[in-house]
Design a protein around this ligand. Structure first.
Ligand code: N01
Length: 541
């Protein structure tokens, strides 16, 4: 493949940073159009998020049938899932299987941590620099670095003074941690904290769970996948995948057709009850069509879940503390639970309310709340990530004029064209960039890799040397992200819940919608329009 605008030689046509779901899908699809592609990853194994996150209880919140690629006949037919919500090690096995079956490994370079990448206007090439001092050049640079990869610790005074063991869920030692007989404290009750709590509780001697904001958890059962069920999924993969792709949140479920406000209280309770029994995202997605968009409807679901918490948790005071009141259902990302609420019936598990009395400091011996010091052997931080932009701004990605993405977003606000690319950064693309859908991520990852495949094939065939978002497209998309985000219950003036999808969990980060809330299917329609326009808003120069 030769360029028409530059005779410069290059090491690769495309370099993808990150060997997780995104990197594997991109490598497969870019190879298919003849691009000499390399995937690089700083870790020593493939799997991305699933390689790094090793905490006990880590598993998918989405069901196996739509938490997988649909594009490879071989993978579909030969891979067997064993759990409805596959555990982390099983997802990692799956990704390794994908890498082997599609012969991807030979074009993946591990232990290759990218320090920076810079665009050269003269040659129209990107130079990628690695931590070991080596460099390589590429025409196309693609980020597959993940949206929840840049772990953050809380800004609590004395955090470094603790003399015991300290772990972040996202940096859990691969060899595991023996918590038997130890006094353990945990800060952070998002999806990670909610998964780890019930799994480690039986092992530890005393467990202090420090809760600032309670979550609405949709409990579920993790059944084994039967041979018949796996066979059914294999035979219907395309239909299942199409259903997930047509759903606002990328789950293979029928969107509910009516409002929670349209039915009688008895009927509503019956529907809530039946979907609660199906578990997990069935409750969130299949009860009513306005639980994410109407505050009154969302409050009805909130009250139903509060009633479930009161049923499950025996101590009324603990049940009340576990029940969110400062925001309503869907106001934060809803985690799937595996016996979470029941854990608080164990006599050695103590819920400490740090909303009423905040954590003051971390001492040599433990966590201090007001005047009380909780002495601990281990502190676990399940305190989340600098989501969506963190990995992209943590390294220097320098576009035209040497300006970094970090500078662009700090100075101009979060701007991208459909989260795919940004003005000032020619031939740089993002899988799951900021302002891509809030969704089961495997769906936008796969569809995004296929979209980029078609776009680059078109560019190569038509002698288009540079794709770069127009400033107008970025203004439009930022406004769309804000408009659609503000139309959901995730946005509410004066609410107390801090959420990563608004950037509120990172001190100093501007409050902007980091994700697109208008629905995955609407987002895909916009991507299709862009393609059908001959990539009009990507041809800026
Ligand atoms: O992080 P989070 P996460 N003092 O940001 C608390 C995905 N995921 O790692 O709410 C006290 O949600 C903070 O409290 P508050 C999923 O998309 C997926 O759990 O700010 N507490 C909150 O409770 C998810 O949404 C899966 O009051 C402090 C917690 O830390 C995303 O990753 C599994 C504090 C952070 O929650 C992130 O989830 C796991 C402080 N100073 C994760 N600072 C699967 O589906 C922070 N907190 C497999």
């Amino acid at each position: 493949m030769t360029d028409t605008t530059t005779a410069a030689t290059r090491d690769y046509d495309a370099v993808v940073i990150g060997a997780g779901f995104s990197g594997l899908a991109l490598l497969h699809h870019l190879r298919e159009i003849g691009l000499n592609t390399l995937v690089v990853d700083g870790e020593d194994g493939i799997g991305g998020t699933w390689w790094v996150n090793r905490y006990p209880g880590v598993r998918t919140d989405s069901e196996f049938s739509y938490y997988s690629f649909s594009f490879s006949k071989e993978v579909r037919e030969e891979w067997t899932w064993t759990q409805r919500y596959p555990a982390g090690p099983e997802v990692l096995d799956y990704l390794n299987f994908v890498a082997d079956r599609l012969d991807l490994r030979k074009d993946i370079r591990l232990n290759a941590r990218v320090d920076s990448a810079a665009y050269d206007e003269e040659t129209n090439l990107w130079t990628v620099s690695f931590a070991d001092g080596s460099t390589l050049t590429t025409k196309y640079l693609v980020s597959g670095m993940g949206v929840l990869s840049q772990a953050i610790y809380p800004d609590i005074p004395g955090i470094d003074s603790f003399r015991g063991e300290k772990y972040h869920t996202a940096h859990w030692p691969r060899t595991g941690v023996d918590l038997t007989g130890k006094k353990v404290g945990l800060i952070g009750l998002g999806a990670s904290g909610i998964q780890i709590v019930p799994v480690i509780a039986p092992e530890v001697d005393e467990f202090f769970v420090f809760q600032r904001t309670p979550n609405f958890i949709v409990e579920t059962n993790n059944d084994a996948v039967s041979t018949e069920e796996m066979q059914y999924v294999r035979e219907n993969y395309d239909a299942i995948y199409a259903k997930a792709a047509a759903h606002p949140f990328g789950v293979a479920m029928e969107p509910a057709e009516f409002s929670a406000l349209e039915v009688s209280p008895e009927k509503r309770r019956e529907i809530f009850e039946s979907k609660w029994n199906e578990g997990g995202f069935h409750f969130a997605n299949e009860c009513f069509n306005d639980l994410a968009t109407d505050h009154e409807a969302s409050e009805l679901a909130s009250e139903f879940i509060r009633s479930k918490i009161r049923e499950i948790v025996k101590d009324p005071e603990t049940a009340a503390l576990l029940s969110p009141t400062s925001y309503s259902f869907n106001g934060k990302r809803v985690p799937t639970g595996h016996g979470y609420y029941n854990t608080f019936n164990l006599p050695h598990v103590h819920l400490i309310d740090t909303e009423a009395v905040p954590i003051t400091s971390i001492s040599e011996r433990g966590i201090v709340v007001g005047d009380t010091e909780y002495e601990l052997d281990v502190i676990i931080f399940a305190t989340g990530f600098d989501a969506m932009t963190g990995t992209l701004t943590n390294i220097d990605i320098r576009g035209r004029g040497g300006r970094t993405l970090r500078e662009k977003w700090q100075e101009d606000g979060l701007k991208s064209n459909l989260g795919i690319n940004a003005n000032g950064f020619p031939n740089f693309f993002m899988s799951l960039g900021p302002q891509t859908p809030y969704s089961n991520l495997v769906v936008p990852i796969q569809l995004g890799a296929q979209w980029l495949q078609r776009a680059l094939a078109w560019a190569e065939a038509n002698g288009v040397e540079r794709f770069e978002a127009t400033p107008e497209s970025e203004e439009w998309w930022a406004a769309e992200a804000e408009r659609t985000g503000k139309a959901t219950v995730m946005y509410s003036e004066g609410k107390k819940a801090k959420a990563w999808f608004l950037g509120e969990n990172v001190p100093g980060k501007a409050e902007e919608f980091q994700v697109y809330m208008g629905g995955g299917q609407v987002y895909q329609a916009h991507c299709k329009e862009l393609e059908e326009s001959g990539y009009a808003s990507l041809l800026w120069s």
